[in-house]
Design a binder for this molecule. Structure first.
Ligand code: GTP
Ligand code: MG
Length: 678
């Protein structure tokens, strides 16, 4: 069992293809955990062990590894960088004490470089930047360093520099002279030392007074500055040739914070915030941050960062607010897909438990002394949807269950059933995301499906005030039914939290109170299925103000029908309209394509919000655009830029659909209804 001061929890983050998996592989090789350096090309790395990852040469899940360097245990999390799999990268941030953002020297800062750096910064994690692919012929490293400082701030300082032959790196903390083609070592040394000293007011005074500062003091303040995020060291590597790897590990083990040196994790329980001190003898509090099925055994594994306490195989523990106690059975450590048993997991460590079906990403596990949730980074809402139908009828249930299972592994993958069509709809962050999920489903659950074009999640609303009335009466023979309702609808502010705000304004007992609930149920049924084109309604206020009842024939079902009828009547008079999702799109493209792409966006009703120059003559174009116009943008962007463009989208808000588009959607809906009726 490692002492808490001797643990380093490191997450490798950054855009796809920057070299995170290759760096992880080089670390394991360099520290003697493997005797052969695997490569992504040969599909034999420890972290990309899943078939999907091998097939696509991209990490898809986060992989957990561990090694020892300078007597310190390093838990390493290799995360996926491709934008579609950002969920796994984001959920790894809360469990790392040091976030290492890897940038490819040739590709520069890309969409996910920025997103993940910012998420790590927001989570107040100490950060390190690695510029990998040092060997790249096309890289302009001095320019890249400038861009990094412009984008992330001047606390980003070179802690080492490549030597002229790019076969080694020169430490800028220890060396105050030397030459590198990137910049003068003396200059890098001074900048680094001064930035570190700035983290300590007293030392700063001494320094400004012209006194010499000892190496020990510089080392101590350097570590403090890294822990506080006041310095973000920039390091260089060539993962393929294992250059700069030992130096990176030295920096991690000598200067990056241990779990005992970082700010305590916070548990949020409503208004109450509890700081969790990293104490192995304290109460148990851990965060589940990765859930996955072993590709060979199909066994469920959940990985946990223990923030406090000690977890043994027979520890009784609780999940969130569940009452039922669970036991770990075995406490495990991962080396990619390989697992080994350890006697116990203690505060600061990252461990894995098997076969605990109830554990989900984001869960708190504890011993009953704490409650709440650990803070997690915000993850993007999935916007890409596909409707699924099993190839063999009768597999509907099985398909639903399989998809539910797959949502456990990925916080950005959702499954829902369309109220109108009863179709099973899966939603993810992009085309590749859903293709990977479907491929997993086929392999794991032996199911095959047909997919339909993504359905745009339109909404319906009203644009004016109106009154509605309905009398439900069946009084011919047998038991009668009677209910009559008057109500008024009006628009609520756009994006209201509740899609429907209902008030009961019936006075004088014209409708007895017990019928309030059935009337509202009747209205809610309509809110779910819409009036214009079958989409859920939102931003509506309704006041139920009058009606009539019958002492014998008034029944719940009658008032449900009357509520429904009166609401439909009012909505039809209140100028109903369709709302469409507008997404924030960020497109990264070679600069010479910007004109074309911006023109194309405006032809898709898009509004360009801004653009930014990136290193390597790339640009980011930011725009607001209706989702319906970019539902299959993947292939369009690829063909427009010869495969050099990438993009990401997140939901921004809903807006009223232009009337010509509304007509098309309504016509399509009418056609579908007709076909259904046939
Ligand atoms: N020339 C060169 N190629 C490298 C270096 N590091 C990685 N590569 C190659 O770059 C490609 C991407 O490397 P990966 O390690 O898979 O990158 P990643 O960051 O894990 O990518 P994702 O998993 O998609 O996020 C592979 O073909 C690697 O062999 C390097 O230092 N120099
Ligand atoms: Mg990878």
């Amino acid at each position: 069992m490692a002492d808490i001061n001797d643990i380093r929890n490191v997450a490798l983050l950054g855009h796809g293809g920057a070299g995170k998996t290759s760096i992880a592989e080089a670390i394991l090789h360099k520290t003697g955990k493997t005797n052969r350096l695997g490569t992504v090309e040969e599909k034999n790395t420890i972290s990309d062990f899943d078939d999907e990852e091998k097939e696509r040469s991209h990490s898809i899940h986060s992989a957990i590894m561990n090694t020892v360097h300078n007597g310190k245990t390093i838990n390493l999390i290799d995360t996926p960088g491709y934008p579609d799999f950002i969920g796994a990268a984001l959920t790894s941030i809360p469990v790392a004490d040091c976030c290492v953002v890897v940038i490819s020297a040739s590709a520069g800062i890309e969409i996910n470089t920025r997103k993940l750096y910012q998420a790590a910064e927001e989570a107040q994690k100490s950060r390190i930047i690695i510029i990998n692919k040092l060997d790249s012929e096309t890289a302009d490293i001095p320019e890249l360093i400038g861009t990094i400082q412009q984008t992330f701030g001047t606390q980003c300082r070179c802690a080492n520099l490549p030597a002229a032959d790019k076969e080694s790196v020169i430490d800028c903390l220890v060396n105050s002279t030397g030459s590198s083609p990137v910049m003068d070592v003396a200059q890098a040394h001074t900048e680094l030392v001064e930035s570190a000293i700035e983290a300590d007011d007293k030392l700063m005074e001494t320094y400004l007074g012209g006194e010499q500062i000892s190496q020990d003091k510089i080392a101590a303040v350097f570590a403090k500055a890294i822990a506080e995020g006041k310095i973000v060291p920039i390091l260089f590597t060539n993962a393929k040739k294992e250059i700069g790897i030992a130096e990176f590990l030295d920096l991690i083990t000598n200067y990056a914070p241990s779990p005992a040196q970082v700010k305590p994790a916070k548990l949020i329980d409503g208004e109450k915030i509890t700081e969790i001190k990293a104490d192995p003898a304290g109460m148990l509090a851990g965060l589940v941050f990765r859930v996955g099925l072993d590709p060979r055994s199909n066994m469920k594994y959940a990985s946990i960062r223990i923030f406090s306490g000690t977890l043994k195989s027979d520890t009784s523990m609780l999940r969130g607010s569940d009452k039922k106690t669970i036991r770990p059975g075995h406490v495990l450590k991962n080396q990619g897909t390989e697992i080994s048993e350890i006697p116990e997991g203690t505060a600061g460590d990252i461990i894995t438990l098997a076969k605990l079906e109830e554990l989900q990403i984001g869960d708190l596990i504890h011993d009953g002394k704490v409650a709440g949730k650990f803070e997690m980074p915000k993850v993007p809402a999935p916007m890409f949807s596909l409707a699924l139908e099993p190839t063999s009828k009768g597999d509907e249930q099985k398909l639903g269950t399989a998809m539910e299972k797959l949502t456990e592994e990925d916080v950005c993958f959702k499954v829902s059933r369309d109220h109108q069509t009863h179709e099973l709809v899966i939603s993810g962050l992009g085309d590749l995301h859903l293709r990977v999920i479907l491929s997993k489903m086929e392999k794991r659950f032996k199911l095959s499906v047909t997919t339909k074009k993504p359905k745009i999640p339109y909404r319906e609303t009203i644009t004016s005030k109106a009154d509605g009335h309905y009398r439900h009466k069946k009084q011919t023979g047998g038991a009668g039914q009677f209910g009559e309702v008057y109500l008024r609808v009006e628009p609520a502010p756009r994006g209201s939290e509740e899609s429907l705000q209902c008030t009961w304004d019936v006075f004088g007992g014209s409708i007895p109170g017990q019928f309030e609930s059935p009337i509202i149920k009747g209205i809610q049924g309509v809110v779910e299925t819409g009036v214009v084109a079958g989409f859920p309604m939102q931003d509506i206020k309704v006041s139920i103000y009058d009606g009539k009842h019958h002492p014998v024939d008034s029944k719940e079902v009658a008032f449900r029908a009357a509520g429904k009828g009166a609401f439909i009547d009012a909505v039809k008079k209140a100028k109903p309209c369709l709302l469409e999702p507008i997404v924030n799109i960020e497109i990264t493209i070679p600069a010479d394509h910007v004109g074309n792409i911006a023109g194309d966006l405006s032809s898709r009703r898009g509004r360009v919000q801004g653009q930014e120059m990136l290193a390597g003559n790339m640009m980011v174009l930011k725009a607001l655009v209706p989702l319906s116009e970019v539902a299959s943008y993947d292939s369009q962007l690829k063909s427009a830029t010869g495969g050099q463009g990438s993009y990401s989208m997140t939901l921004s808000h809903y807006e009223v659909v232009p009337s010509n588009v509304q007509q098309q959607v309504v016509a399509q809906y009418a056609k579908e209804k007709e076909e259904e009726a046939e």
